[in-house]
Design a protein around this ligand. Structure first.
Ligand code: PLP
Length: 402
């Protein structure tokens, strides 16, 4: 299939996967990748300069999260922060009990880490969600017993953008004593204010590349007094909680990117929501396309849909040819397209889940891009469907005569 309209410049609408590194973050990082290359553990001037930059990055990130600098552990990304949080808290709490509780729509970094812990005798309870991806606070509460040591939740979902009813859920968990609460805020951080005190969580994971920071750096907030066992052993870095020479440039880039994200959020979030709504109306005007996730309680940049009578992968590939980068909600594993566990948890049958599209806006997207995407995406969905129907009617291509 040949797409008819090609955007002059590719339009990037996959900001939930990653975002471009913003200029200010790169500029702040460059000296640390150049002359100021020292190891923060070294006592000489090179080391002291690197230590100063790392300390300042930690302070700035902590301020943005309403946390103390000592409560921030830099990691190699969101996945590592989550692994450290869950394994660290589970092993530290083992003597008190072995029940771990989470929801069915968590990122694989959470679900697979908890499944891994199950192999060591921990008991895992996965709480279902409703059709929009929201957990019922009462149902989550009912999953907690006196052996529960850890609950892991997400602030907002990476596939459908649904925001969880956190204050109510957390209030109920706090009524039980001694449970560590971990929050995966990786996807929410670009759009929502993250105040660790107000959220009242014990641990919180972030990844810099989701908010225009560099890849290869993330952070775990650990509330002072929370007991957690390190998972990477070696040097005394990060107060013995995560060994290994620090990624100083990454930490600086992350702190700058987060600070700017927080400052701009009040303007960026409503602007993106308005653009997203325009795009949503254009995409939902195509027959047999349905919004997934919550209609209102969702991240401002997130548009996720099910396209009936089309494979999500085919639509994504055709959109790529047409100059628009989006993704499906499906994870591609060695040649077979597995339906997304998130859409399955929302109750979509496999064949519908295979038609999923995730279109995610970011700060850099312009009005003009969204206007163009609002024409290209519906057109490409229709063309992909027509091509799929033609193949279904004539699988050997005999009538094409080519
Ligand atoms: N949690 C959520 C909600 C995510 O969206 C992601 C990444 O997509 C992660 C965790 C893992 O982050 P990373 O791939 O940066 O390690």
């Amino acid at each position: 299939m040949r797409p008819r309209r090609i955007a002059a410049m590719p339009i990037y609408l996959d900001n939930a996967a990653t975002t471009p590194l913003r200029r200010d973050a790169l500029d702040a990082m460059l000296p640390l990748l150049g002359d100021d290359f020292g190891n923060p553990s070294s006592v000489h001037g090179f080391g002291r300069r690197a230590r100063g930059a790392l300390d300042e990055a930690r302070e700035r990130l902590a301020t943005g999260l309403n946390a103390q600098p000592r409560e921030i552990i830099f990691t190699a990304g969101g996945t590592e922060a989550i692994n450290l949080a869950l394994k660290g808290a589970a092993w530290a709490g083992k003597a008190r009990g072995g029940r771990l509780v989470t929801t069915a729509v968590e990122h694989h970094a959470v679900l697979y880490t908890l499944r891994h812990l199950e192999k060591f005798g921990f008991e895992l309870v996965v709480v279902p969600v409703d059709r929009y991806g929201r957990v019922d606070p009462e149902q989550l509460d009912a999953a907690i017993n006196d052996r529960t040591i850890l609950v892991s939740l997400m602030l907002a979902n990476n596939e459908v953008g649904t925001i969880q009813p956190l204050p109510e859920v957390i209030r109920r968990i706090r009524a039980h004593k001694g449970i560590v609460i971990h929050l995966d805020a990786v996807q929410a951080a670009p759009y929502m204010a993250i105040d660790t005190r107000e959220l009242d969580v014990d641990m919180l994971s972030l990844a810099a590349h989701k908010f225009e920071g560099p890849k290869g750096i993330g952070a775990l907030y650990v509330r002072h007094g929370t007991i957690m066992l390190p998972q990477v052993h070696g040097g005394s870095q990060e107060r013995y909680r995560r060994a290994g020479t620090e990624n100083v440039a990454g930490a600086v880039g992350m702190a700058v990117a987060y600070e700017l994200t927080r400052t701009e959020q009040a303007v960026t979030a409503p602007r993106l929501a308005a653009l997203r709504d325009r795009l949503r109306d254009a995409v939902l005007a195509v027959p047999n396309v349905e919004l997934t996730g919550h209609p209102r309680k969702r991240l401002p940049g997130h548009l996720s849909v099910i396209v009936r009578d089309a494979e999500g992968e085919a639509v994504v590939q055709n959109l790529d040819l047409a100059g628009v980068a989006v993704s499906t909600g499906s994870a591609c594993t060695t040649g077979s397209t597995e339906p997304s566990h998130v859409l399955t948890a929302l109750g979509y049958p496999d064949e519908e889940a295979r038609g999923s599209l995730r279109i995610t806006l970011g700060r850099a997207n312009t009005d003009h891009e969204i206007e163009q995407a609002g024409r290209i995406i519906p057109e490409t969905i229709l063309q992909t469907r027509t091509a799929a129907l033609a193949i279904a009617a004539d699988p050997l291509g005999e009538q094409v005569g080519a």
